[in-house]
Ligand binder design. Structure first.
Ligand code: NAD
Length: 441
């Protein structure tokens, strides 16, 4: 089996590498020449646990190749996966120019029957456009080659992407022909051996499944953040409420952690895109509109607590930030809540000292030298007026509060992820602010 994966970002690189890992001949293609040159030298564009080793192993075994030349790489392939970005356009709808551009290139260069698989997150109806784009190019060449389209949305989580791909909760595939179904089943067979299900369906349903999944998860987060904010007002503790409701098997205990808002490359853009798709088709996604607005507000919650604690007098103060990435175990800074908090602190005339185990380089591309990056977590705290926990990296979970107490100017912790026990900090003389819990001053 031979496949091409077009777009070598978080999804494309993980997809290509995992397919190579089970013995398939894979070429990962990208238009970013530097990215491909680096990958050829074993330098990865992203941080993802376990990925580097797996890439190197499969390159060495000559099952994984990198190229900028789609026309050559696609020759003799059974399938071409499109895994390029689908960023939001100005109106919030998914911008399909990269996906359709690749589809056209495939049409121009394919040499045999193949299945064109869309792995990027795309609105319902995109497979039709992909099909049309490929066909138009074939017609322009006067070619009578045949192909099928399939939709195979990706559900991997950054930070756990390898495991998610190798041991998926489920694989969703939208198909239009038995031939495509057979090929997709064969490709994914190695990942199904331990009972992981592959769910075949029609193409529009597969396309919708991805948006419905991400929107549902975003809804859980915003719902919990709304409950957390009300808990604070009413004197309740959301940590208790979370345990109380999570133990109900109909609700479950995953994804009901309050915090400082969801971010990343997927939830914000996919929620927006689904709202837009509905709007374009005369329907209003009322719940998702609220999910979005709750999330926007939530990104300011921690800053508002800081402002209140210091009676609005923030100019000249220094704040230590632990964590920058939108979630742990990734260096992805896209739509990270840290960016909103940093902007607000800088606007208020504060100095920011930040530490993140892997995302500082990525953050520096966005924030530049407007903040100071420190070599470890404790250095960020020296002479800070307070500590703000932004990302719940494991290494922040059990810090030495005695040391923190000695290094920090004011013993104040703003815990944006509820990773600490208020009582423990109170006993050590800290003021503690969490999300959805009572302040301890
Ligand atoms: P990314 O930005 O990390 O990577 C996209 C890559 O595509 C880039 O390297 C870019 O250079 C390349 N590219 C653009 N145009 C190209 C072209 N014409 N030919 C070849 N390469 C081209 O994006 P990502 O995070 O991997 O996301 C890709 C898609 O997968 C998006 O639709 C996203 O919504 C979806 N998705 C992402 C995740 C995630 O966690 N990141 C999870 C599931 C689904």
């Amino acid at each position: 089996m031979k496949i091409a994966v077009v777009g070598t970002g978080y999804v494309g690189l993980v997809t290509g590498t995992c397919f190579a890992e089970v013995g398939i001949d894979v070429t990962c293609i990208d238009i970013d020449v530097k990215k491909i040159d680096n990958l050829k030298q074993g330098i990865l564009p992203i941080y993802e646990p376990g990925l580097e080793k797996m890439v190197l192993r499969n390159v060495e075994k000559e099952r994984l190749h990198f190229s900028t030349d789609l026309a050559t790489a696609i020759q003799g392939c059974n399938a071409a996966f499109i895994a390029v970005g689908t960023p939001p356009g100005e109106d919030g709808s998914a911008d399909l120019k990269y996906v359709l551009g690749v589809a056209r290139e495939i049409g121009r260069s394919m040499t045999d029957y193949l299945v064109v698989v869309t792995k990027s997150t795309v609105p319902v109806g995109t497979a039709k456009k992909v099909k049309q784009a490929v066909q138009e190019e074939l017609d322009a060449r006067g070619s009578d080659l045949t192909f099928d389209v399939a939709s195979n949305p990706e559900f991997l989580k950054e930070g756990a992407a390898i495991d998610d791909f190798l041991k998926p909760d489920r694989i969703v595939v939208g198909i239009e022909s038995e031939r495509a179904e057979e090929l997709m089943r064969k490709l994914y067979k190695p990942f199904l051996l331990n009972g992981h299900p592959i769910i075949f369906m029609d193409v529009p349903s597969a396309e919708m499944t991805k948006y419905a999944a991400n929107s549902m998860l975003a809804t859980k987060i915003s719902f919990m953040n709304d409950i957390a904010n009300l808990c604070e007002i009413m004197g309740a503790d959301v940590n208790m409420v979370r345990r109380g409701i999570g133990s109900d098997s109909r609700i479950g205990n995953k994804f009901i952690y309050p915090g400082i808002g969801y971010g990343g490359s997927c939830f914000p853009k996919d929620v927006k895109a689904l709202i837009k798709t509905a709007e374009e088709n005369g329907y209003e996604m009322q719940i998702l509109k609220s999910v979005e607005s709750v999330n926007e507000n939530q990104k300011s919650v921690l800053f508002n607590k800081v402002k209140k604690h210091f009676n609005g007098d923030l100019a000249g103060k220094t704040f230590a930030l632990w964590g920058l990435s939108f979630k742990p175990k990734t260096d992805d800074m896209r739509e990270a809540p840290s960016l909103v908090i940093i902007e607000k602190l800088l606007e208020a005339g504060c100095k920011v000292k930040a530490y993140d185990p892997v995302a500082m380089q990525e953050a520096s591309h966005i924030v530049g030298d407007k903040i100071e990056y420190t070599k470890d977590a404790y250095e960020a705290i020296i002479d800070a007026d307070a500590l703000l926990v932004i990302t719940e990296w494991p290494e922040f979970r059990s810090p030495n509060f005695q040391v923190i107490g000695r290094l920090i100017r004011n013993k104040v912790v703003f815990d944006g992820r509820n990773i600490y026990e208020a009582k423990e900090l109170m006993d050590l003389g800290f003021a503690y602010y969490g999300i959805g819990v009572q302040d301890v001053q």
